[in-house]
Write a protein that binds this ligand. Structure first.
Ligand code: SAM
Length: 287
């Protein structure tokens, strides 16, 4: 395998830091909870090093790579496998229905099967990709390499510095676990920061509803209300929560004081002190 892509010039603008540590590639594949029955989507296969480890372990892999110049190298590195499709596209602007249709050609049943995602993400669009995957009802699990600092925010618990909107949006959809911290030396070119792998298991209610054609979680009132409360809360995280909700959220102070009293929240609490469940109760009372 042309592992490093000898003549390939990595594009920093596309987040191209390829994994060069063979043990790490195997570890990621081993920890991804994937089996021979699984349909796996990889975003940003690069030179195909991780893709090969996945192909050995699962039923079928679709790999979506934005960089056209990598496609010949990728095809060459995957030529011994008959269970992969490479798509040259920008994942964020690609119609997901095409991915479903392609999986369907290989035995995937849209009504009962789910897709697992395994990827070393391009860091410049990490949050957008994670959001996109969380709201997608066809995706049941994700194993994602992200910047270590982002991983810490994803798995943070309330009360801490890393806890915030990213934590709460991940917690809303999935159970998350930090699988491993990865040294920057495992990549080429060496990035500025360390990385970490996080595993997400989506809650049943966000995958079962895939059969409801009209299910778009972001259009649901409860979701919109909850996250507008959360966003207003964290907009001024050094201030008291009650002030952020009044200044930025536009809520009436009397309504806020009454809600805080009902919920037994001290008026000095800050955004990071409340759990997702606390935010649920608060946003219900503020409607
Ligand atoms: N999977 C390889 C590995 O682990 O060594 C490469 C990972 S590298 C961090 C990220 C990859 O995502 C690059 O190959 C990059 O070209 C690709 N990429 C960047 N933006 C993308 C996008 N919007 N859609 C699909 N792939 C993208």
């Amino acid at each position: 395998m042309n592992f490093r892509g000898k003549n390939f010039k990595h594009k920093h603008s596309l987040g191209q830091n390829f994994i060069i540590d063979e043990f790490l590639l195997e570890d990621i594949a081993d920890e991804s909870h994937i089996t021979k029955d699984d349909y796996v989507l990889e975003i940003g296969p690069g030179n195909g090093a991780l893709t090969r480890c996945l192909l050995d372990r699962v039923k079928y892999v679709i790999a979506v790579e934005i960089d056209r110049s990598l496609i010949p190298l990728l095809k060459d590195n995957l030529k011994d496998y008959d269970n992969a499709t490479i798509i040259n596209a920008d994942f964020l602007n690609y119609d997901f229905m095409n991915i479903l249709d392609e999986f369907s050609l290989h035995g995937f049943n849209k009504d009962i099967d789910h897709i697992k995602v395994v990827a070393n993400l391009p860091y410049y669009i990490t949050s957008m990709i994670i959001h996109n995957l969380l709201i997608n009802p066809y995706i049941s699990e994700m194993t994602l390499m992200v910047q270590k600092e982002v991983a810490e925010r994803i798995v943070a618990t309330h009360g801490g510095r890393d806890y915030g909107i990213l934590t709460l949006s991940c917690e809303y959809f999935a159970k998350t676990e930090l699988l491993m911290v990865v040294s920057k030396e495992c990549f080429m070119p060496i990035p500025k920061v360390d990385s970490a792998v996080v595993h997400f298991v989506k809650y049943e209610n966000f995958i079962d509803l895939k059969n409801d054609e009209n299910f778009h979680i972001e259009d649901k009132d409860e979701y919109k209300k909850l996250f507008s409360t959360i966003k207003a809360s964290f907009s001024q995280r050094r201030k008291k929560l009650i002030n952020s909700l009044s200044n930025v959220g536009g809520y009436n102070k009397t309504v806020l004081t009454s809600a805080f009293t009902k919920l037994n929240f001290d008026e000095s609490v800050r955004a990071e002190d409340l759990s997702l469940e606390d935010y649920r109760k608060l946003s219900n009372l503020l409607s």
